[in-house]
Write a protein that binds this ligand. Structure first.
Ligand code: MOS
Length: 774
């Protein structure tokens, strides 16, 4: 407990050993703070509304921006007439294809530079013009007053038609974006050696990120220096792109995003809106606030693109996989955006299989560009592969958990040199998950119940791994300890709402023997905090936490050096105990940290921590197995997800509360993919998105997500990945989810639902179509 008489913030307890300077700290053994279920350090600010998100920023004299967007999926802008817009009261700036800013290169793409206002609009919602005015209403009135002469062009809005003869070309060179593939072994021989070969096709619909806080920023100039408050996953990523586009030195672009209301991959980079706001602020000499409406975010700032997958798989009677062939057709939308990236990764690497061939065809369509979306490619790949595993198990009469256990690799087959995993507990995820879920009993009970009535129970499992994770250098973190035992932590990384700040405060607390509340976190500001990658890829904790630990360790090392001088003893014999520094040789030789003259003189001690390299010739990957029980009403097609268990191998649990939150969020999102979410484009008539709002785009709600959600962290801790042992959690928590639901639905009904979403209409139709049971 904190002792208010002797230094407010120190806690009693055993602290991690302090390595000598220059040495990476060894893995923690026992921990006193790390791993505990602690509420977020900024919980009060977040729930009370005190936290200032970028969309809350209001500056004196600020203008409000709005963007005119192309209403057609494919059109050439012949002429923009802004004369009426300029006459709307309150309008201060109008920019468009007719003003010089139009030619700013927003992004380089293999198909050609993407300009800020391109005369060729290749998706509904691309920016055509923008306005800044005294009020948001005036800005929108002015947007509506802009007259545009469009040459409306033929479009293609369905990736399955993009390569067909006669399909409208999205780009002059046609609609093929990229073809790629992977091969090992000999699949033909593998299929010949199989006892059972199955082939099936699967489809996942396009999902939209839908963060609570929409995309946008507030831009303000002070002479030649730009400050942006942007809702972002990475302030440094925004800074570098904005500096590049506007040809400014990095030091002249400050990006701040202390809080942000969700991104899921869609805020890893700035948008056209960022540049537009900066430009209009410059032209007007006034700060400009430009946040998108929900409708605009649905059209223009990214999605998890749709996939069409075919899986062919061979297995022997004893459950050995002999061959896998995986084909995917996908789209990144109108520009190069990795429409098929990583969709095949699980087919390549989740299970032991000597013969694997995958191929991807990525095409352009006239729709908003894709962006990374929580575990890009993986939930889609799992949807196909993990349903195929379920079907194979049934075909050879083997339990689905057992079939997976038969094929668990200890190294990465798809990576160059076949590196071992620093740790893999995929086996334990399946075994311990099955036990905790009551898998076998639940499967039997469901069977018994399904002998009668129209409410059918089913139980399903699916596995997954996350291709990335594990973190990487560089990361720089500064920890400053004040003489009273409170500390300041300085890092550039954004906290996406996942608890990053809290986890880092806990790491500092663990090392310094202080309470996490004593750690003030400064983050996500390129002007005042240290370089960090965007928060994403499930890399934030495994990247930033080791650097944070190193910074705190350096603080201890400096204090030990001060104590060694004060006590006139050898540094190596001293032990940092938080409040005190004590000689291990002679416990009477000790000094309170607050009594250190050098500390008093300096006013504080600063440690700088860097992220060290990952282990050579190894790969760091998180794993997961999800278990799901459902009930299907065979009269109505309604699907109820009754309970869910997620066994996650993400290495060390840094904070049990935020860990559970990540997993629960991952499950909820996976349930969305499985059952409710779908961007609907009117591919036949208009090419427009018809469900661009929260009413028609169905996110899962509390009614769709079961109350019984169990998070089962699988340890032991990874001692090789990095000095904290954490491997990354956010994305693996949503990879197997949708497939587990589909497998449970199959178990309940005998219907293999190959296309997302499994909504009541689809289920009712499928149930009605199948021959009447006796
Ligand atoms: Mo993530 S899709 O790397 O934010």
């Amino acid at each position: 407990m904190a002792d208010e008489t002797k230094g407010i913030y120190y806690v009693e307890g055993t602290l991690p050993e302090t390595p000598l300077p220059g040495k990476e700290p060894p893995p923690w053994k026992a921990t006193s703070v790390v791993g505990k279920p602690l509420p977020r350090v900024d919980a009060y600010e977040r729930v009370s509304g005190a936290a200032v998100y970028p969309s809350d920023v209001r500056l004196p004299n600020m203008l409000h921006g709005a963007i005119l967007r192309c209403p057609h999926p494919h059109a050439r802008v012949r002429r923009v007439d802004t004369s009426a817009a300029l006459k709307v009261p309150g309008v201060r700036v109008v920019v468009s294809g007719a003003t010089p800013e139009a030619d700013l290169v927003f992004k380089k793409d293999p198909v050609g530079d993407i300009r800020l206002f391109d005369s060729m609009c290749r998706y509904e919602g691309d920016a055509v013009a923008a306005v800044a005015a005294e009020t948001p209403y005036q800005a929108w009135d002015a947007v509506n007053a802009i007259r545009v002469d469009y040459e409306v062009l033929p479009f293609v809005a369905d990736e399955r038609r993009a390569l067909q003869p006669g399909a409208a070309p999205v780009h002059p060179k046609g609609n093929l974006s990229k073809k790629d593939g992977y091969e090992r072994g000999d699949v033909a021989r593998g299929f010949a050696a199989a006892d059972v070969v199955l082939e099936a096709t699967y489809r996942t619909e396009c999902e939209l990120h839908t963060p609570l806080e929409p995309h946008g920023c507030v831009a303000s100039w002070d002479g030649g220096s730009l400050t942006l408050w942007e809702s972002s996953q990475g302030v440094y990523a925004v800074q570098s792109r904005v500096a590049e586009v506007l040809k400014l030195p990095l030091a002249r672009v400050r990006v701040i995003g202390h809080y942000m209301g969700g991104g899921f991959g869609s805020k890893l980079e700035p948008g056209k809106y960022t540049i537009i706001a900066a430009v209009m602020a410059k032209l007007s000499g006034r700060p400009v606030r430009l946040f998108l409406t929900r409708e605009e975010t649905y059209l223009s700032v990214g999605n998890r693109p749709p996939t069409n997958m075919t899986v062919k798989a061979g297995v022997t009677r004893d459950g050995t996989l002999t061959a896998l062939e995986f084909t995917v057709l996908g789209t990144g939308g109108a520009y190069t955006a990795g429409g098929t990236s990583l969709v095949d990764w699980l087919a390549r690497d989740l299970y032991t299989c000597p013969n694997v061939r995958t191929s991807g065809t990525d095409v352009f369509i006239n729709a908003g560009p894709a962006r990374a979306f929580r575990a890009p490619g993986h939930p889609q790949g799992a949807w196909a592969l993990e349903q195929m595993m379920d079907a194979l198990a049934e075909a050879i009469g083997m339990d689905p958990v057992q079939l997976r256990l038969r094929n668990i690799p200890s190294f990465s087959q798809a990576r160059e040199g076949n590196p071992e995993y620093t740790s893999t507990a995929f086996r334990e995820c399946l075994e311990q998950g099955a036990t905790a879920f009551g898998w076998e009993q639940a499967r039997r009970d469901a069977r018994a119940q399904n002998m009668q009535g129209h409410l059918r129970r089913g139980v399903g499992v699916a596995g997954g791994l996350w291709f990335a994770g594990g973190g990487r250098p560089p990361a720089t973190v500064i920890v400053k300890l004040f003489p009273d035992g409170s500390a300041n932590l300085n890092m550039g990384a954004s906290d996406l709402g996942t608890g990053t700040k809290t986890v880092m405060a806990m790491v500092v607390a663990e090392e310094l023997g202080i309470t996490p509340e004593a750690v003030q976190v400064e983050n996500a500001d390129t002007g005042t905090t240290q370089y960090a990658y965007p928060s994403g890829g499930s890399k934030t904790v495994p990247t930033e936490a080791p650097a944070t630990r190193n910074a705190a360790v350096q603080v201890k090392q400096k204090l030990l050096a001060m104590a060694a001088e004060a006590l006139n003893v050898d540094l190596a014999e001293l032990d940092y105990r938080g409040r005190e520094i004590v000689s291990r040789r002679d416990p009477a030789t000790r000094i309170a940290v607050q009594e250190l003259d050098a500390l008093k003189r300096q006013g504080g001690v600063v440690g700088i921590g860097y992220r060290g390299p990952n282990p050579k010739n190894k790969t760091v990957n998180p794993f997961a197995a999800h278990f799901c029980e459902v009930e299907v009403n065979t009269r109505t097609g309604e699907l109820k997800i009754l309970r869910f268990l997620a066994a996650q191998d993400s290495g060390r649990v840094m904070n049990r509360l935020t860990y559970d939150s990540q997993v629960i969020g991952g499950i909820a999102m996976g349930i969305g993919l499985a059952t409710t979410e779908m961007r609907v484009l009117d591919a036949g008539q208009t090419g427009k998105m018809v469900n661009r709002n929260w009413h028609d785009y169905k996110l899962p709600t509390a009614l769709d997500v079961p109350a019984e959600l169990t998070c089962l962290p699988i340890e032991p801790v990874d001692t090789e990945a990095n000095n904290t042992g954490a491997k990354g959690l956010g994305e693996p928590a949503t990879i197997p989810t949708a497939a587990a639901v589909a497998n449970a639905v199959y178990h309940a009904t005998g219907l293999r639902i190959t296309d997302t979403p499994i909504h009541p209409l689809q289920l009712a139709q499928r149930l009605a179509d199948r021959p009447k049971e006796g």
